[in-house]
Structures are given as structure tokens and as C-alpha cells.
Design a protein around this ligand. Structure first.
Ligand code: F6P
Length: 491
């Protein structure tokens, strides 16, 4: 059985926790006027304030020692070297190479092909088989082949973006709606699937291809199909033309694939230049993660705080609250990244773990979350750490709205920290409930690239402490097999 107490410094961490538990955040702030300065860090367009976490100065130092004792430096080096660290699937996890400005020729060429096609779409220069310009894209994909593109399109689409509709569910409702609304002669299908075999995606693709075929015949309809995939041979066998296959590689995990051709919808929505800035934001966070000392390393700090809350304080959930409607897809994106990567109970060596791993990640944009589930964070019996994301400079000129939005986000953190003591017990709040706040200068492509990679490396760092493989997802397979067997039985 794998235990965290096998890490030499862990017993000291447990003892230290006793001294932290008795101290209310209000006391911590009162006892140290420099707490905010000491427990905040800027990196590029992001600023992280973790002063409202229930930690002391020594806490993170001890946790960093534990990480070192788990061979963090050599595992991080292996990740950046592109070693085959995804052992259970026998492959590397080289997604970092996709956002490197020194990418190798094959990666750079594939990116250029995608960016050029995206620009043609934005200029309405891509023609359908019957001669009409393409105005609509139906992006068909699920999991990592959907969540990243949705996040970016929602956050960063501009006026030149084509109309992009996402079909992620096998539910026929949205498909029927799309078929009723769009002109098939003006529509391209992006079949986004690493494997090109995912059952839901392929049924959705077949139905939509059938809809176009009914208008112009199969040969022409196939000219309306674009494949975003690491399985070009299967796409070819499906009938997709070579030039319409935008490939990536099996060393790109689904939930890390927004940096590859899976991002084509996002490229069309935001343009080649801004997508390149997004890649540079990701690369900047890679460089920071690789070089910064542990206690000044933003992804490492977020990971250590998460480990502290989960494994020491026993808080098994985390609420993520972006104060921006354009980040409405962030909670879903993060759910896959964290829960598919870390939702494991057996370590890399096949031993059962006796410690908690992935927390339940859930969330919603603030302020709607305040009027939905925040009550439970303020007065519920479970303590649920919160992660608040704020944007300093909005992309619009409605200043009163932005002031109210950010005032609400900051007020939530303050309320969770300080609580309120009054005679009426129903109206009292204990406070001392942890939160972190991330302030983005603006919702730019660069800042969003940084944010995504901040969390990728947070997840990787947690996987090192917990000795898990964060790059496989065997737990999803059983349900797929059982669903296929049920379908066979019914047919
Ligand atoms: O849910 C399992 C999973 O393999 C995810 O990891 C992946 O993002 C998703 O399915 C979609 O897979 P594909 O891109 O091959 O269609």
C-alpha cells in the first residue's frame, strides 16, 4: 500500500498541521502585516494571491521538501525531455513541444497548415463543393477534443470568426437543431478526434455527413469534411481528402490537445496571430515552471496548496469561480484536466494508495455562483476551498459592470476569510475558509495560454507527489465497452 508517510518529511508536515489548525486566518493576517506580500506572486500576465489559504510560512517549505523527496526535479526533467513517461500506454507526453518556438519541422509545418487554413476560413475564401463560401463550422468532438476549443472560442472569438457550433454530446437534439438552422452547402464539418473511433463522435459525424450527402451526394459531401486527428489513416479510410486532414501525434494526450490541430476551430475564431500569442503564453509558463525555484514557482505553489488542502486538512472538493462570462467553460475544462488526470487510486508501481487524490472540481462563473451554491461554501459543514479568477482590465467599456463584478469576487474571498460573529447563530459564519485569487491583467490570448499551462503543470506536480500517472485514463474504458455491448444486444 502506498502511503504519504513513506515520504521522509511527511511526519513533520503532520505535526506542523496541528499548529496551523488552531489559527484562524484573521489571526494570521493580524499577526503578519506582510502576509499578502509574502504570499502572492506575479508571473507574466497572471498574479496569484494565496494569502487566504490556511497555511503558515513554514507550510510550503515543508511541502516543497516532500516534493523534492519524491524526485520532482528528475521527473520534471523527464517531462521536458519528452521521455516515455506515460508508461501504462507506452508513450511520451510531449504536448509541451507543440507550443515551443523551437518546435521541430514536422510540428511547425502542421501548425502552419492549420493556421493558414484558419485564415482562409476567416477571409471566407474556403468554398463548399457547390461553390458557396463556407460560413459555418460544426465542430464534432468530445472530451479533450471539445473542451479546449470550446473554452478558447468562448473566450477569444472576434468579429471575423465564422459561425462555430459545437456538437459534443450524442444527444440528437442539438444536431437536429443545427441541421434545421444551417445551409449544408455553407457548412464544414470538423471531425475532432485523436483516435477517429470515439463512438459518440463518429455517430454524430455520420449523421451530419448524411445531412450534407442528401443535398449534394457523398463524393461532394466528403469535400465538406475536415479531420483533426492523430489517426490520419482512419480518417483517409473514412473518405477525408489528404489536404483536409490536420494531424497531430499519439504523444499528445486528449486533454492536452488544444495546442495541436484540435485547436483549428479556435484558430478560425481568433486568428493565426492571436493563436500564436496563446502558444507563446503557454510557452512562457513552461519556461517558468522549468526554471523557477519551487517556492517561487506558480504551478508548484498551486499544487502544494492543493495537496495541503486535500491530504492534510482533508478538504475533498474545490470550487472554481471565474468572474467572467467569457470563461464560462473554464470549470468544465479544468474538471477534465484534473479529474481525468488525477482520478486514480493505484500508483505508478501498481500499489493501491491510502491517500486522497483528485478532489471534486466544480464551478460556475461568479456572480451567478453566489446565487447558486456559495451558501454551502460560507456556512456548510464541508469546507470547500475556492479559486477565484478575476480580470483586471475588461475587453469592454462598461466600467460600472466590471467594478461590481470584481468587487463581488473580492468580497467572496474576504467573507470566506473573516466570517461574521453575531448573537444569532443562524446568521453567523465561522470564516477561516480558504481561497486563492488569480488576477489576469486582461483576457488576452497570452494570458489564457499561461493560465492553461499553469494548471497543466499544477496537475503534473500533484502527480509527482502522489506517484500517479497523470497521462492515462483507463477508468473511462469500462463504460465505453459496456455501452457498446448494450447497443449490440439491443440491435
Ligand atoms: O474520455 C476519454 C477520452 O479518451 C478523453 O481522454 C479524450 O479527450 C476523449 O475520450 C476523446 O477522444 P478522441 O479525441 O479520440 O475522440
Amino acid at each position: 500500500m502506498a502511503q504519504l508517510t513513506q515520504i521522509p518529511v511527511w511526519r513533520e508536515i503532520i505535526q506542523h498541521a496541528d499548529s496551523v489548525r488552531g489559527v484562524h486566518l484573521q489571526q494570521s493576517f493580524a499577526g503578519n502585516p506582510n502576509r499578502f506580500d509574502e504570499m502572492s506572486i506575479g508571473q507574466g500576465a497572471l498574479f496569484l494571491d494565496y494569502s487566504k489559504q490556511c497555511v503558515m510560512r513554514e507550510t510550503l517549505g515543508l511541502l516543497a521538501q516532500a516534493l523534492e523527496q519524491q524526485d520532482f526535479a528528475s521527473q520534471r526533467a523527464a517531462l521536458f525531455a519528452g521521455d516515455a513517461i506515460n508508461k501504462s500506454e507506452g508513450r511520451a507526453a510531449r504536448h509541451i513541444a507543440l507550443r515551443s518556438s523551437n518546435a521541430d519541422a514536422e510540428v511547425a509545418q502542421a501548425l502552419q497548415k492549420s493556421l493558414a487554413f484558419a485564415e482562409k476560413l476567416r477571409a471566407r475564401q474556403v468554398m463548399g463543393a457547390t461553390g458557396k463560401p463556407i460560413k459555418h463550422i460544426i465542430h464534432i468532438g468530445i472530451g479533450g477534443s471539445d473542451l479546449g476549443p470550446q473554452l478558447l472560442v468562448h473566450a477569444l472569438a472576434d468579429a471575423k470568426a465564422p459561425n462555430i457550433i459545437f456538437i459534443r454530446n450524442v444527444d440528437g437534439g442539438p444536431i437536429a437543431q443545427a441541421m434545421a438552422q444551417l445551409d449544408p452547402e455553407e457548412t464544414l464539418l470538423f471531425i475532432a478526434s485523436k483516435t477517429f473511433t470515439t463512438a459518440e463522435t463518429m455517430l454524430n459525424a455520420d449523421t451530419l455527413l448524411g445531412w450534407i450527402t442528401a443535398v449534394m451526394g457523398r463524393e461532394k459531401a466528403l469535400q465538406h469534411v475536415v479531420a483533426l486527428t492523430a489517426a490520419p489513416d482512419i480518417a483517409k479510410a473514412y473518405g477525408v481528402a489528404d489536404e483536409c486532414i490536420f494531424r497531430f501525434w499519439d504523444w499528445v494526450g486528449g486533454r492536452f490537445s488544444i495546442w495541436s490541430s484540435i485547436g483549428l476551430s479556435a484558430m478560425a475564431a481568433m486568428g493565426a496571430q492571436r493563436f500564436t500569442e496563446f502558444l507563446r503564453g503557454g510557452e512562457a509558463m513552461d519556461t517558468h515552471f522549468y526554471n523557477a525555484p519551487l517556492l517561487q514557482n506558480m504551478p508548484v505553489l498551486l499544487a502544494l496548496l492543493s495537496i495541503w488542502n486535500i491530504n492534510v486538512l482533508g478538504y475533498q472538493a474545490r470550487a472554481v469561480l471565474p468572474y467572467a462570462e467569457s470563461l464560462s467553460e473554464w470549470p468544465s475544462y479544468l474538471q477534465q484536466l484534473e479529474m481525468e488526470s488525477l482520478g486514480k487510486s493505484v500508483d505508478r508501481d501498481g500499489k493501491a494508495v491510502d491517500y486522497a487524490t483528485a478532489p471534486v472540481v466544480f464551478g460556475m462563473t461568479g456572480t451567478p455562483a453566489q446565487h447558486a451554491f456559495m451558501q454551502a461554501l460560507h456556512q456548510g459543514t464541508q469546507i470547500i476551498p475556492a479559486e477565484i479568477i478575476l480580470i483586471k482590465n475588461p475587453a469592454h467599456a462598461l466600467a460600472a459592470h466590471h467594478r461590481m463584478l470584481n468587487a463581488n469576487g473580492l468580497a467572496q474571498a474576504q467573507a470566506l476569510q473573516q466570517g461574521k460573529q453575531v448573537d444569532d447563530k443562524q446568521k453567523s459564519f465561522s470564516g477561516n475558509r480558504p481561497s486563492s485569487t488569480i488576477m489576469m491583467d486582461e483576457l488576452s490570448p497570452f494570458a489564457l495560454g499561461q493560465l492553461l499551462v499553469l494548471y497543466e503543470h499544477k496537475v503534473f506536480t500533484e502527480s509527482v507527489m502522489w506517484n500517479l500517472n497523470p497521462f492515462d485514463q483507463w477508468g473511462v474504458e469500462l463504460g465505453k465497452t459496456l455501452a457498446a455491448a448494450r447497443l449490440k444486444k439491443d440491435s
